[in-house]
Design a binder for this molecule. Structure first.
Ligand code: BES
Ligand code: MN
Ligand code: MN
Length: 458
């Protein structure tokens, strides 16, 4: 690589941090209606950056929800076209009182930058903007053709993105999709992620009576929705963590012996992991290790529960309603729609007639997996070695990026997950942060990656 690109990256660190601080200061929380204007402002800020670094056809495109930012640079005839995807929206910050510094004021402590969006995904997306900038500034050109789409609705399940991709299929045509929105195995252990879990999300509402009731006068006469909900949930999984929805495991791709061996070789310290989570004992599906459970096995989780009196003190009441938010993480080859049907049928079966049941399907996403011998995956492995001085390990992830499956089916393009996060970066939680070694190293590795991709044919 042109040494002046490397120099430029190494001498621009302060400016990178200043710019990222500005980016982070825009509270682009997609889930909250009061941030609607901030979402547009953030999309426009992103677009402005893309213009400044020299990308072309920069546009902020409206959708029924938050805008998509598009840009391209297609002046490398014969070279592969890379579609860069990322999301400029972030998760809500609550509980805000648990943050050490204000979530939208980026603050550096001990070589870590604390802020909402620091790692998920503004910091990681910005890394590519800066790597593209370095090539364009120092070489006047890119080794690849680039198309960029940054969306503003990933954290709410990308409800408008599939339609957007179908509508703009020609403008998104590419050889490979490149995404930095996942993690490394650990600090100093660069990795390439070859699998993501899918998702199927539900809300269930139970209603017993028309209104809350005196639990003395009416206790014994009617079912209590809070209790009924607990009984229903208890029928979803057995004590060994095995999901009891009939047919749930039918399409599960089993972990291969090879994978199980590879996972065992990873530098995973279970005791340290347990301690870092503050949990008395780890728990999950019996017969599988922690990495196998989180990466390669499906789960059933309760994400929220609500019923009755939850204030201080005691209140003798039979609640009229109960509500649960529920989600299942899925693995290849489970299909979210099929799983949703199975769950809905089973919930209806286990619900007693003493309550009214309402089942609402929320978002879903397909699981994803790529072949390790894909030429672009191998290009990424070389770039990581050049940028971080170490060959990557191969991992899967428990999280979901639903659009990856859509890129495969609609654009027929493989995806490379070039994630730079650290597992302890508190994504979605208070005190989200970004490791600055990973950030600066990631800009360099990305700059290498574009040159490695330029040498690659799929
Ligand atoms: N960046 C994450 C996905 C992720 C997390 C990938 C951890 C790899 C490791 C993304 O922003 C996210 O949070 N996705 C949601 C998807 C959902 C809202 C449809 C998730 O996984 O919960
Ligand atoms: Mn993300
Ligand atoms: Mn996220």
């Amino acid at each position: 690589m042109n040494p002046s690109v490397i120099d430029f990256i190494n001498t621009s660190r302060d400016r990178y941090l200043e710019e990222l601080t500005q980016y982070i200061a825009i509270p682009s929380v997609s889930a909250l209606p009061e941030h609607k204007d901030d979402m547009r402002r953030c999309a426009e800020w992103t677009a402005e950056q893309l213009k400044t670094i020299g990308l072309e056809n920069v546009r902020v495109i409206d959708t029924p929800g938050h805008p998509v930012v598009y840009a391209d640079w297609l002046n490398a005839p014969g070279a592969p076209t890379v579609l860069f995807y990322g999301h400029y929206d972030v998760q809500p910050v609550d509980p805000v009182e648990l943050w050490t510094s204000p979530p939208f004021e980026a603050t550096v402590r001990d070589n870590e930058l604390f802020a909402r969006g620091a790692t998920d995904d503004k910091g990681q997306l910005f890394m590519h903007i800066k790597a593209l900038e370095a090539h364009l500034r120092q070489n006047g050109t890119l080794p690849i053709n680039a198309r960029v789409i940054f969306e503003g609705e990933e954290e709410i399940g990308s409800p408008n993105l599939d339609a957007f991709i179908r509508e703009h299929r020609d403008e998104l045509a590419c050889d490979v999709v490149l995404i930095s929105d996942s993690g490394m195995f650990d600090k100093g252990v660069p990795s390439i992620c070859y699998g993501l879990r899918g998702l199927s999300y539900f809300q269930i509402d139970l209603r017993g009576t028309a209104s809350d009731l005196h639990s003395g006068s009416f206790g014994g006469a009617v079912a209590n929705p809070g209790f009924v909900l607990a009984q229903m949930l208890s029928q979803m999984k057995d004590r060994g963590g095995h999901v009891k929805i009939p047919g749930f495991y039918d399409d599960v791709r089993q972990l291969t012996e090879r994978e199980r061996e590879e996972f065992k070789r990873l530098p995973f310290n279970e005791k340290q992991y347990r301690k870092s989570l503050g949990v008395p004992k780890l728990h999950g599906e019996s017969g599988y290790s922690t990495l196998e459970r989180t990466w390669g096995r499906p789960t059933f989780e309760v994400n929220g529960l609500l019923s009755g009196f939850t204030g201080e003190g005691a209140k003798t009441v039979i609640p009229a309603t109960a509500m649960a938010k529920i989600s299942m993480r899925l693995v290849p080859n489970q299909d979210p729609d099929k799983i949703a049907d199975l769950f809905e049928a089973y919930v209806k079966k286990v619900a007693p007639r003493s309550v009214e049941l309402k089942v609402t399907r929320m978002h879903g996403g397909k699981p994803w997996m790529t072949e390790l011998d894909n030429a672009y995956v191998q290009a990424a492995a070389r770039a990581i070695e050049l940028g971080f001085g170490k060959a990557p390990v191969y991992t899967r992830e428990g999280g979901s990026i639903p659009v990856v499956a859509t890129f495969q089916s609609e654009l027929n393009a493989p995806t490379v997950l070039f994630g730079l996060g650290r597992p302890d970066e508190n994504a979605h939680a208070p005190n989200e942060k970004l490791d600055l070694d990973h950030f600066f190293g990631g800009i360099l590795a990305s700059a290498y990656l574009y040159e490695e991709i330029a040498k690659t044919r799929g």
